[in-house]
Design a protein around this ligand. Structure first.
Ligand code: FES
Ligand code: FES
Length: 170
């Protein structure tokens, strides 16, 4: 079946199997491997992307269900060559170690800050409660998101240009 969705601002149409999960569509069909796949049991949250601005575990949703919707992945978080404040915050406060959980954490953080620009620690911990980090103990992730809340207009300048694999193929 044919599905059309907007991914990181670009409308994309592909033929997909009806059973194809969104996470595999993004990673394997579109080559957007920044969305990670960690558990297959809807527990880890590393597969979180934004669908119409809301965090969604992309392993729980079919690509077909996303037809007509707007998807944002970590590859679409930066504004051109400038980091989103959330990305900058993770750099400033060392919000990652292995980085496996990081794309989903950052997208959840972006959705949180879009609806609540000044969350306290408890609100941040609740927002990321569906996601598992095995490395950081969460303290640095919380500090990273607070940093982004305190620097809403501060975009980083040091963005490496996306690789071919990170761009949605036309
Ligand atoms: S891959 Fe673990 S929740 Fe989706
Ligand atoms: S940084 Fe390694 S799992 Fe979170």
């Amino acid at each position: 079946m044919q599905v059309t969705m907007t991914v990181n601002g670009t409308e994309v149409t592909r033929d997909v199997e009806p059973r194809l999960l969104l996470v595999h569509y993004l990673r394997e069909t579109l080559g957007l491997t920044g969305t990670h796949w960690g558990c297959d049991t809807s527990n880890c949250g590393t597969c979180v992307v934004l669908v119409d601005g809301e965090p969604v575990k992309s392993c729980t949703q079919l690509a077909a269900m996303t037809d007509g919707h707007d998807v944002r992945t970590v590859e679409g978080l930066a504004d051109g060559q400038r980091l989103d404040p959330v990305q900058q915050g993770f750099m400033e406060e060392h919000g990652l170690q292995c980085g496996f959980c990081t794309p989903g954490m950052m997208l959840t953080a972006r959705a949180l800050l879009d609806r609540n620009p000044d969350p306290d620690e408890q609100e941040i911990r609740e927002a990321i409660s569906g996601q598992i980090c095995r490395c950081t103990g969460y303290a640095t992730i919380v500090r990273s998101i607070r940093w982004a809340a305190e620097h809403p207009a501060e975009h980083g300048a040091n963005v490496v240009a996306p690789t071919e694999a990170e761009e949605v193929p036309a």
